[in-house]
Design a protein around this ligand. Structure first.
Ligand code: GUN
Length: 283
């Protein structure tokens, strides 16, 4: 029997707890989301993040910048937010336009305001299995899903397909830290089908609609689908052909309402954690 994982429900539970914690303690966390206008999909994500934050009592602002902004001016914007004591968490929406060196922008975010955990300080801490200020939101959401559904990670063969700095790479590190045996695959991987077929937990994060069919999935595998794109009919689709693989799996995340809502919940959770850390040190 397949269990379809309800990421929406779990995220709502987490958000409700965060909201209660914020109200009970009169906390005043604040998040700034920087978006360089170049991508309609990013704009939708950012608006959704903003709406959720406000519902929770997190002060949230969107800093919308022109897509032709220079490297220097964008760095200055981030530096301005970095210095602002009223802002606890900064997210720079990726991808950035091609003329921008994204890494240099990320490095302008103080590690204790780096809500994505992308700054080299936090990425290095994660790699060393120490506590970063924040861990990347999508990987963290996936770990929470596995935990909530009592899916054992330790000792399992986990295959992650997609090596982005946002999802695949940090996720591979986090799962390794949790004692999984992790294989990180990508566009140059040979024998991808065979490797995927060996996975107890198979995680797709490549952004190619319906790429993974039943040929990639072992019987009773856990499938986590990070992809979200539109198929040829304009319908939202994950990286997995859901109908084709569903019956083979023990657990599967749907798209939408799987991993996506968990990413936003983890962003809010990270914002609150950064606020609490900064509050402790400023008292
Ligand atoms: N673009 C897609 N996902 C993310 C994310 O988690 N953080 C940032 N900053 N940009 C993204």
């Amino acid at each position: 029997m397949t269990t379809i994982i309800d990421g929406k429900n779990l995220s709502e539970k987490i958000l409700k707890n965060l909201k209660e914690e914020i109200i009970e303690n009169n906390y005043t966390p604040s998040l700034a989301v920087v978006i360089v206008e170049n991508n309609p999909a990013s704009q939708i994500y950012v608006r959704n993040k903003n709406k959720k934050a406000l519902e929770l009592g997190i002060k949230s602002q969107i800093v919308e910048l022109d897509e032709n902004i220079s490297q220097n001016d964008l760095e200055k914007e981030v530096e301005r937010l970095a210095k602002d004591n009223g802002i606890n968490a900064i997210l720079v929406q990726l991808p950035l336009p091609k003329h921008i060196d994204a890494q240099r922008i990320i490095e302008k975010i103080p590690p204790n305001k780096d809500v994505d955990g992308f700054h080299p300080y936090n990425a290095g801490k994660l790699l060393s299995n120490q506590n970063p200020f924040a861990k990347p939101c999508t990987p963290l959401g996936i770990i929470k899903i596995l935990d909530e559904y009592n899916i054992t990670i330790e000792g399992k063969n986990v295959v992650v397909v997609g090596r982005s700095n946002i999802v695949g790479k940090p996720l591979a590190v986090m799962l390794t830290n949790l004692n999984a045996t992790v294989t990180l695959c990508h566009s140059k991987t040979q024998n991808l089908k065979e490797i995927c077929k060996s996975a107890d937990i198979l995680i797709g994060a490549i952004g190619k609609p319906k790429f993974f069919t039943h040929e990639f999935v072992k019987n009773n595998a856990v499938v986590i689908d990070v992809g979200i794109s539109r198929d040829e009919n304009g319908k939202l689709s994950g990286d997995f052909d859901f109908e084709d693989v569903k019956d083979l799996t023990s657990f599967i995340t749907p798209v939408p309402k799987g991993v996506g809502p968990m990413t936003i919940a983890m962003l809010m959770s990270n914002t609150l954690e950064l606020y609490k850390i900064q509050k402790t040190y400023s008292n």
